[in-house]
Write a new protein. Structure first.
Length: 120
């Protein structure tokens, strides 16, 4: 639990910093489509930082796996969008859907953890 709460806190803090960077340093310098992608990456990172914390507090095997998938999803989904926006390398975008799948799988495993709550 301690590990995932720590990761949730760091992921949340960096999400706020990256989002602030986007709003203060990038706004007005990026075309709207890229700014929207950057905002989406920040929003998903922050939402899933909270999800990691929620999974950590659940303290169950399936919730632990969900937290891991949330982290992988953040790295792949948000990370690929940040990289795409900041580097302009469009090929990076091929990774984004895999991050989305990891995030979805994380939510499903969190649901499994809730379903099996009394079994633990």
């Amino acid at each position: 639990m301690k590990k995932w709460l720590f990761i949730a806190a760091i992921t949340g803090a960096t999400g706020v910093m990256i989002s602030a960077f986007g709003q203060h340093a990038l706004a007005g310098h990026l075309e709207p489509r890229l700014m929207s992608a950057f905002d989406t990456a920040g929003r998903y990172q922050l939402i899933h930082a909270v999800a990691i914390g929620l999974a950590a507090l659940a303290g169950r095997k399936w919730a632990d796996r969900a937290a891991a998938l949330f982290l992988v999803g953040i790295l792949l989904f948000s990370g690929s969008l940040y990289a795409l926006v900041l580097t302009g390398i469009r090929g990076i975008g091929i990774v984004t859907p895999f991050g989305g799948l990891a995030l979805i799988a994380g939510w499903i495993l969190l649901a499994v953890a809730a379903w099996k709550w009394d079994e633990a």
